[in-house]
Design a protein around this ligand. Structure first.
Ligand SMILES: [Fe+2]
Ligand SMILES: [Fe+2]
Length: 194
């Protein structure tokens, strides 16, 4: 029978140490301890309170973005408003998806999603600006996206190597915010040219 590679055993040749994996016995013991911690195991590499606070800031940012995009969707008027309205609505939906993913992750980490409307705007990194004209609205949305991009990039850097799941989630969200910014930039350029 062929020998299967196993955790915690030194490599047969001794020259190649292989990946550093915790041995099965320790893994099993650690998983049994503190079961009430759910998804958070002893190997969790980040400070959980810091991550929950950080994710709650991102959650507030997303919710404010949902509200701002929806306001803009309803208020957009004028000749070129139809395609812009579609874009606003699409973005609002995607920001809501981001909010949901982040809230779910906060709960997995043993925290509570903070959706208190009284403090949402102060905790959000981006602002709620209503905007008067179509161009105004798009410009404000672009500003908000650029703020989100900057702050999410910092979160990704912080989470790197400490919390791979939150890190991957924030990377995914960051990529969508970059698409949003590019969409808005194209809309702005289109309106200027038209
Ligand atoms: Fe988002
Ligand atoms: Fe966005």
């Amino acid at each position: 029978m062929a020998e299967t590679p196993s955790r915690g055993n030194p490599s047969p040749s001794g020259s190649n140490p292989g990946p550093r994996l915790t041995d099965v016995k320790t893994l099993r013991q650690r998983a049994r301890a503190n079961l009430e911690e759910g998804a958070v195991t002893p190997g969790y590499g980040a400070d959980r309170d810091t991550v929950v606070k950080m994710l709650n800031d991102a959650l507030a940012t997303e919710i404010v973005c949902v509200l701002r995009y929806r306001r803009h969707y309803f208020m957009a008027q004028g000749l070129s408003s139809e395609s812009v309205k579609d874009e606003f609505l699409e973005h609002a939906g995607e920001e809501q998806e981001h909010a949901d993913r982040i809230a779910e992750r906060i709960v997995q980490l043993g925290g509570e999603p903070d959706l208190n409307p009284a403090t949402l705007v102060t905790r959000s990194h981006s602002e709620y600006v209503e905007g008067t004209s179509l161009v105004d609205m798009i410009r404000e949305d672009l500003v908000a996206e650029r703020i989100a991009i900057e702050s999410y990039r910092e979160m990704v850097e912080y989470l790197d190597g400490k919390d791979p799941t939150s890190n991957r989630m924030m990377r995914d969200i960051l990529a969508v915010e970059e698409e949003h910014a590019e969409d808005l930039n194209s809309l702005l350029q289109g309106l200027k040219a038209g």
